[in-house]
Write a protein that binds this ligand. Structure first.
Ligand SMILES: NC(=O)c1ccc[n+]([C@@H]2O[C@H](COP(=O)([O-])OP(=O)(O)OC[C@H]3O[C@@H](n4cnc5c(N)ncnc54)[C@H](OP(=O)(O)O)[C@@H]3O)[C@@H](O)[C@H]2O)c1
Length: 312
């Protein structure tokens, strides 16, 4: 199997390079080889490489900058997604794409007035440009009629790239106290876990008796996050506790929770980013982990790499 993989310099794409190894030949063009803001180049690339599967974790992920770069965000998150889907449809190959909790407005509550997880079928109402561009990408893919999976995830972190966990470790090393937002709720999701579960799903496709039946039964949007949730303050505290325990830090800063309005950002963030993982279990038999366990695993891997470097 030949897999065309985008975004391999990003968190999820980078992790996919490892998780997909053994599943087939991976063709992973960098931005310099394939600029996703150029739909014609995407068409040319897919036609030239003739993949059996396209995986598209590349995205414009600068949530605040997107408010000022609307056209670029839409070009990469919506038009490029459509260009891949058009090619997937024409060549009759599947597309695995990633999307975000930011497609929702973050106001979903249960009958008691408490935040509760969004289902895949809940109405989308993005409150910022990034979320709107990602939702436009979802709709564009579905409209082409190609075989597709759209894996919605949230609060992605990894020991690679730019993310909240690495930012906290960097800031926490220098400061005695950090103020972190406490009124936005969601599930921190490890890029390693996203990549491993994507590979697991691809293995399920490969071993299906009828690919056509498989796609008929599984196609669509699926949430791919841990099962439980926290707020950013809780996530920061857990990062420091685990990193300190693993001796990745020599001291722990104090973490103070603040409301979002004390940390103004260019783009508004949803207060409730919790995504239901019931469909993930039902369709693929995948048990979403606790976010704390994935975090521990990620930090342990960081520690192992550090030890390996020290020994080298
Ligand atoms: N990060 C999160 O917290 C989060 C949360 C929810 C959902 N998601 C979704 O999860 C998926 C993976 O996100 P991630 O965190 O892995 O993203 P990331 O680390 O920001 O990586 C984005 C990737 O896209 C590439 N890219 C961006 N613009 C490009 C262009 N014009 N041409 C070619 N490549 C381009 C980047 O290449 P360069 O290195 O050249 O810039 C990079 O490889 C995305 O669909 C994202 O929307 C992410």
């Amino acid at each position: 199997m030949k897999i065309l993989l985008t975004g391999s310099s990003g968190q999820v794409g980078h992790a996919l390079l490892t998780s997909l190894a053994g599943l087939g030949e991976i063709i992973a063009p960098q931005r310099s080889q394939l600029d996703l803001s150029d739909s014609a180049a995407i068409e040319e690339c897919v036609r030239a490489t003739r993949p059996d599967l396209i995986i598209n974790p590349a995205a414009y992920t600068a949530v605040d900058l997107a408010e000022d770069e609307v056209a670029v965000a839409h070009a990469i998150n919506a038009q490029a997604a459509k260009a891949f889907a058009d090619q997937a449809h024409t060549l009759n190959i599947p597309l695995i794409h990633y999307s975000t909790d930011y497609v929702f407005d973050g106001e979903k509550r249960d009958d008691q007035g408490n935040f509760c997880p969004y289902e895949e079928s809940d109405d989308c109402a993005p409150i910022g440009v990034y979320g709107a561009s990602k939702r436009a990408g979802e709709l564009a893919i579905m409209a082409t009629g190609c075989r597709h999976l759209i894996l919605r995830t949230s609060w992605v972190y990894s020991d690679f790239g730019k993310n909240f966990m690495l930012t906290m470790l960097r800031l926490g090393a220098d400061r005695d106290q950090l103020k972190v937002v406490k009124d936005q709720w969601g599930a921190p999701t490890s890029a390693l876990w996203i990549a491993d579960k994507t590979a697991e799903i691809i293995r399920q496709i490969q071993s299906a008796d009828s690919k056509q039946d498989w796609w008929q039964q599984h196609q669509g949007i699926v949430h791919l996050t841990p099962a439980n949730s926290t707020n950013w303050q809780g996530f920061a505290q857990a990062i420091f506790d685990a990193a300190f325990e693993l001796k990745l830090m020599t001291k722990k800063p104090e973490v103070l929770g603040i409301p979002s309005n004390e940390y103004p950002t260019r783009a508004k963030r949803p207060h409730n980013s919790m995504l239901s993982t019931e469909r993930l279990k039902k369709l693929f038999g995948i048990d979403a982990p606790k976010w704390e366990d994935s975090l521990q695993h990620c930090l342990q891997q960081m520690k192992n790499k550090q030890l390996t470097k020290e020994l080298a």
